[in-house]
Write a protein that binds this ligand. Sequence first.
Ligand SMILES: Cc1cc2nc3c(=O)[nH]c(=O)nc-3n(C[C@H](O)[C@H](O)[C@H](O)COP(=O)(O)OP(=O)(O)OC[C@H]3O[C@@H](n4cnc5c(N)ncnc54)[C@H](O)[C@@H]3O)c2cc1C
Length: 595
Amino acid sequence: MLCRRQARENKALSIPQAACPGTRCVTVMRTDKRSLELVHSIIGVLLIRRARPAEVGGLVCYSMSFLVGVVMALRFDVLIIGSGLAGLTLALHLAQQRKVGLVTKRQLLDGASSWAQGGIAAVLASDDTTESHIRDTQIAGAGLCDEGVTRYVIERSRACIGWLIEQGVPFTPEAGNEFPYHLTREGGHSHRRVIHVADATGQAVQTTLEGKIRAHPNIELLEHHIAIDLITGAKLGQSDNRCYGCYALDTVSTHVKTLSASHVVLATGGAGKVYLYTTNPDTSTGDGIAIGWRAGCRVADMEFIQFHPTALYHAHAKLFLISEAVRGEGGILKLPDGTRFMPSHDERAELAPRDVVARAIDFEMKKHGLDCVYLDITHKPAAFITEHFPTIYEHCKGLGIDITRQPMPVVPAAHYTCGGIMVDSQGRTDIPGLYAIGETACTGLHGANRLASNSLLECMVFGMAAAQDILAQSPAPSPALPQWDESRVTDADEEIVISHNWDELRRFMWDYVGIVRTNKRLERALHRIRLLQDEINDYYRNFRVTNDLLELRNLVLTAELIVRSAMMRHESRGLHFSRDYPGMLPQARHTVLVR
Ligand SMILES: Cc1cc2nc3c(=O)[nH]c(=O)nc-3n(C[C@H](O)[C@H](O)[C@H](O)COP(=O)(O)OP(=O)(O)OC[C@H]3O[C@@H](n4cnc5c(N)ncnc54)[C@H](O)[C@@H]3O)c2cc1C
């Protein structure tokens, strides 16, 4: 199968890579209308200015080189799509030995990793054990955690934290401890094992790594580039389906570039934006999951969407996460009249896993017709609160809520995508040469529900594992790749179609495929998804791609994968709760979708 434009008419003229030895380019003839217009106008300006013949000659050559060369395929040993913790860990572990292209659709720090507050779970305290962390992970995962993978990840947790300390991450210290850093406790953990930088861990980790990435001579950072689709052997009509690179829209120049590499890694994060209420940043639109699926990867366990129980509820502000650590440090959930309700839902009360707490809040809100419930930590000293939760304190204060004196209004919100592209313990997908790491991947660690603070750990462990696997292979030569063909498309005429469909999708996903599901709601959602897909695919075929269109196309596909997976699970397990199947089946099975 060729890419959408090439499927209609393959106008790209490829010039073999050998034509430009010593460069990292594959040249391809550019044939789209806008390039030709640009070349014509350069020559036109020259003629009008009566340029000297030598000048004209030079510029005609330049114009030709634009025609032939400006959209040369950029060539790397490894192409990483996504600059979250997974992508940055991988890039830094490869860059001593490989040329790395790091593509990210906004700026380097834009992604969920920078938003992580609570911290990173690891076996660090002297009274903690690997077995205990594994057990807690498996209890949260409700029988679906892969035991080998869970052990693999947790056994590497201490080394990952050691690597971050070496990089210079300023973890919150604690004097008088054998281990010199403060460890917090979060829901579902039986020990204090979450290392953190106050309540802005992700920001500290990402900014520390950012400096190293930007300074590294072997890493070429392509910000404001959104990957569209992979280029695989199957798309090139070859018998094998190896991945050779991808097309990416440069959202500043609005040109689509061809990026070629021996190995390609999807590290694009999760899909929280599929829901109306989410703690995720705008970048979390399921791109990698949709891109991998379109290329032929299997996806697994997509029905397991974690709803964070406590996002700050405010009529005039974007949802803001109130970290699990607030409950870990003694925060109590209350109804508006001050009644504590968690003990009547679970013996672990506020420290129960997220799915239990989110469902309890959903239940209480529906029962009492509430817009929100309240999280109260006012019984702790003010200095303790401002020291442990400075970001949350400042954010709430900015909205007129003093959390040292007032409870915080909170609601649940879509937070984490447990499922994703199926990978093995090195992050390899079904497609040779293609890897998936971080939230985009389904490694088997999280099972039916992610244990708090295990995800940043997973990003690092799989970033390192993929690096090791890639470094064990020699970079393979890639064939010349056809260029993206825009000759038959025009600029979109009605952007409102995109924003309307975007809103509609997110709203019905929240209403029908949220914390509590039923067969009927899922059927309704799938029906609407099909209608939207027809419209969006039609739009995609006829109009020039934009960032919003690409994200919407990925969101609606990810939504389809979530709903289809949810329909296949005839039980309630972990994060998937169905009123039609409230019980849990004796045997735990993964939901695997095959294209
Ligand atoms: C508010 C919040 C708090 C959290 N707190 C914690 C915590 O305390 N501990 C913990 O372990 N986990 C936490 N998580 C979860 C954790 O942050 C994420 O699971 C993790 O950061 C995912 O990392 P990633 O590298 O896979 O993706 P991300 O960090 O989301 O990065 C994805 C990257 O891919 C880019 N991208 C996406 N699509 C494309 C495309 N098509 N082309 C090019 N680039 C693309 C994005 O711009 C971004 O750079 C939290 C999440 C949120 C939202």
